[in-house]
Design a protein around this ligand. Structure first.
Ligand SMILES: Cc1cc2nc3c(=O)[nH]c(=O)nc-3n(C[C@H](O)[C@H](O)[C@H](O)COP(=O)(O)OP(=O)(O)OC[C@H]3O[C@@H](n4cnc5c(N)ncnc54)[C@H](O)[C@@H]3O)c2cc1C
Length: 329
C-alpha cells in the first residue's frame, strides 16, 4: 500500500492543471490515468481566445481564426475581428504539453484504471490499494468519483464527431433547431484534418435521429460519412458542487462544461487549478469557479432564446460573439 497527500484520478486538462499547482505547493501527489498515453480525448479542440490568458502558448494551436461563419435559418453571418477569436488544438499535443509543465516529484501512473473508491483509499485494476488524504476526481463525464459521491447526472450533451483527413479553411457553426433542437453542427479545421460534429442536449428528444441528421448535414457539406471514424462521448454539464469533505470534483466530472456550447477545456484547466489552490490553502475562496458558474448559468439560460432571437439578427449575433461570448474570463 502507498500513501499520498493528494491522489488525482484523470490525466485530462483538469487533472494535469491540478497536479501542476499541487506539485509547486510541495504536496506529495499521484496522478492516475487509465489510458497508456496522456492527451488523446474525443474532442473538437475548439478554443475561445480567453484560454490564452491562462498561459497556453498560441504556438501550441493547430489553427488560429480572426473570423468564422455562423449559419442560422439559412442565413450566413460572418463574425470578424482584428483580435484572435478562436483557435483549434490537438488534444494529444495539449495533454503532452501540460504534462511537461508539471514539476518533478509528481508520480504518474498511466495504463492504470481506478476500479473502486473508498473513504481514504482507492483500488486499481491490478488490486493495488492507494491511500490518500485528498482525492480529486478529474475523471471526466463518466466519472467514477462522482458515482461514489452518489451524484446523479441529468443534464448531458450528446455528441457525434468525424475527423476527416482534409484541410478546410473556414471555421463554421450551423444552428438548425428544426432538426437537432438546442445544439449545433460544427466544422473545426485543424492542421492536417478537420473535425465535423454535432452536439445537442439529451433532454430535447432529438437524439434518436441525430445520426441520420448528421449524415445528411455531412453530405450537404460535401463529406462522405464513411471517410471518417465516427466517435461519440457525452458531456456532463450537471453541476452539483465540487467540494465534498476530502473529495473534490474538477472539470467534466463536476459538470462544469457549458450546456450551451459543450466547451469544457478552459473550465477544466481553471477548476483543476482552483481546487489545487484550495487544498494548499483551505481558506481560498475559489473565485474563478464562481466565475465559471456565473457564465454557465447565463449561457444555459440563454439556450434556445439565443438561437431564435439573437442569431436572427446580424447585429445581435456580432454583439453576442464579440462583446460577450469571446471576451476574456
Ligand atoms: C465530441 C466532443 C467535442 C468537444 N469539443 C470541445 C471543444 O471544441 N472545446 C472545448 O473546450 N471542449 C470540447 N469538448 C469538451 C472537452 O473535451 C471536455 O470538457 C474536457 O476534456 C474536460 O476535461 P477533463 O480533464 O475534465 O476531462 P477529460 O478530458 O475527459 O479527462 C478525464 C481523464 O480521466 C481518465 N479516466 C476516466 N476514468 C478513469 C479511471 N477510472 N481511472 C483512471 N483514469 C480515468 C480518462 O481516460 C481521461 O483521460 C468536447 C467534448 C466532446 C465529447
Amino acid at each position: 500500500m502507498s500513501k499520498y497527500e493528494v491522489v488525482i484520478i484523470g490525466g485530462g486538462p483538469a487533472g494535469l492543471s491540478a497536479a501542476q499547482v499541487l506539485a509547486r505547493g510541495g504536496k506529495r501527489v499521484l496522478l492516475i490515468e487509465k489510458n497508456q498515453r496522456i492527451g488523446p480525448k474525443i474532442c473538437a479542440g475548439g478554443l475561445t481566445s480567453q484560454i490564452f490568458s491562462l498561459g497556453l502558448p498560441i504556438e501550441l494551436t493547430d489553427r488560429q481564426f480572426f473570423s468564422f461563419n455562423v449559419h442560422c435559418f439559412n442565413k450566413l453571418i460572418e463574425i470578424k475581428d482584428k483580435r484572435l477569436l478562436l483557435a483549434t488544438i490537438n488534444r494529444s499535443r495539449l495533454g503532452q504539453w501540460m504534462l511537461g509543465q508539471i514539476p518533478g516529484g509528481v508520480e504518474i501512473f498511466t495504463d492504470s484504471n481506478v476500479t473502486e473508491i473508498r473513504e481514504t483509499s482507492l483500488l486499481l485494476d491490478n488490486d493495488r490499494e492507494i491511500l490518500f488524504d485528498y482525492l480529486i476526481g478529474a475523471d471526466g463525464s463518466l466519472s467514477l468519483v462522482r458515482k461514489y459521491l452518489n451524484l446523479p447526472i441529468k443534464k448531458i450533451l450528446i455528441t457525434l464527431q468525424c475527423n476527416i483527413a482534409k484541410k478546410f479553411e473556414t471555421l463554421q457553426i450551423f444552428f438548425n433547431p428544426n432538426t437537432i433542437g438546442p445544439g449545433y453542427f460544427w466544422i473545426f479545421p485543424h492542421k492536417d484534418y478537420t473535425s465535423f460534429g454535432v452536439v445537442t442536449d439529451s433532454r430535447a428528444g432529438r437524439v434518436k435521429n441525430l445520426l441520420e441528421n448528421f449524415k445528411i448535414w455531412l453530405e450537404k457539406n460535401g463529406i462522405n460519412f464513411n471517410e471518417g471514424n465516427l466517435q461519440s462521448h457525452p458531456i456532463n454539464f450537471d453541476f452539483k458542487g465540487f467540494h465534498f469533505g476530502n473529495v473534490f470534483l474538477a472539470g467534466d466530472a463536476a459538470g462544469l462544461a457549458s450546456g450551451l456550447t459543450g466547451e469544457g477545456i478552459s473550465q477544466a484547466i481553471l477548476s483543476g487549478r482552483e481546487i489545487a489552490q484550495k487544498i494548499l490553502d483551505p481558506s481560498y475562496d475559489t473565485p474563478l469557479i464562481k466565475k465559471i458558474l456565473r457564465r454557465k448559468t447565463i449561457e444555459e439560460t440563454l439556450g434556445m432564446a439565443l438561437i431564435f432571437k439573437v442569431l436572427k439578427s446580424k447585429k445581435l449575433t456580432d454583439f453576442f460573439f464579440k462583446k460577450w461570448f469571446l471576451k476574456s474570463w
